[in-house]
Write a protein that binds this ligand. Structure first.
Ligand SMILES: [Mn+2]
Length: 327
């Protein structure tokens, strides 16, 4: 059995809070990934099995690679409604990541529960179910176990998707024996591993290839930092959005000479989306945090207002300083 990591008192508080409500709103972080969507849906299906009403929301739609999950079509972009009596934020490293409907919004009397695995989490909930494990989906499984809700193939497939996406198929350096133990349990419960792998890793749209080609040929290696940028001009030329770069920065991090990989994607709102990856032993979460973002040691990001070239130079400088400190 996987190790228990969550604080038993907090788990009891969550169970107690649940016993007093009928409708729960589950919030996945902005620009969601497979762990955010899988965790939200896995928890939603489990709470429904317990007879509760659970709605899922996210500022941005689920990425294509996880829309196969049962219930993924039910994500709406909204703030809390009167009937929502309890809010659970999943995989959300800070309050800002809950999105525009929540940042400055008073949640009233409703308890805010945070289920998350980001080391940088400031514990912004009324109840915090936070531990440093490879995927939030693993924490959701602990919560479901604590509530004594039996797993079914739907819940298990949603949660295994979170584990698979956040560990890149058990390849990231934070992959623990517990991640494998959780995966084993979820597969025994009926999780569909082959379908998850096909949907997540083998479904790239052909239209993204020319964009990758442009980014690859423009990639620059600078003192251990391999970086590339996707300008709005480039995205428009190929008729794609920023989503076309999904997986690109991870590919950059496979380059032997790169200690750090960085992809800068220009958005149409004047903000540059910065995605960072690093080799084991190099921590990029501190730099991401210094620029208002956050994440994990090997995978982090931030959203920085400014010109593409200026943001790139600031980040490069910070990364070089950070690399100099670890060297
Ligand atoms: Mn995650």
């Amino acid at each position: 059995m996987p190790t228990k990591t969550l604080n038993p008192t907090s788990l009891n508080e969550f169970a107690q809070a649940l016993s007093q409500v009928r409708r729960i709103l589950i919030v996945a972080h902005v620009d969601p990934d497979g762990d955010a969507i899988g965790s939200a849906l896995g928890l939603a299906w489990a709470l429904r099995a317990k007879g509760l009403r659970a709605h899922v929301t996210c500022q941005d739609p689920p990425p294509d690679d996880v829309t196969f999950l049962p219930g993924a079509e039910a994500f709406t972009s909204r703030g809390p409604e009167d009937e929502d009596e309890l809010i659970v934020a999943v995989d959300t490293g800070d309050r800002r990541r809950m999105g525009r409907h929540y940042v400055d919004h008073d949640l009233g009397e409703r308890p805010l529960v945070v289920i998350d695995h980001h080391r940088t989490n400031p514990r912004f909930g009324d109840i915090n179910l936070i531990a440093d494990v490879p995927a939030t989906a693993m924490l959701v499984l602990e919560v479901i176990d604590h509530l004594e809700i039996p797993l079914d193939p739907t819940i298990a497939t949603c949660l295994l998707t979170g584990v698979i996406t956040d560990t890149q198929g058990f390849r990231t350096s934070n992959t623990t024996p517990d991640a494998l133990a959780v995966a084993q349990r979820l597969m025994v419960a009926g999780a569909r591993l082959t379908e998850i792998n096909q949907q997540v890793f083998f479904r790239r749209a052909a239209v993204t290839l020319p964009v990758w080609g442009a980014a690859l040929s423009g990639a620059t290696l600078n003192q251990g930092v391999l970086w590339a940028e996707l300008s709005l001009e480039l995205q428009r030329k190929h008729g794609v959005g920023g989503g076309a770069s999904s997986g690109l920065v991870t590919f950059f991090s496979t380059v032997r000479e790169a200690q750090v990989a960085m992809l800068l994607t220009e958005q149409d709102d004047g903000i540059i989306d910065v995605s960072l990856r690093s080799k084991p032993g190099v921590d990029v979460s501190g730099v991401a945090q210094a620029f208002g973002g956050g994440g994990h040691p090997q995978a982090a990001g931030c959203q920085v207002p400014g010109k593409l070239s200026e943001v790139r130079e600031s980040l490069l400088e910070a990364l070089h300083v950070s690399l100099g400190e670890t060297a």
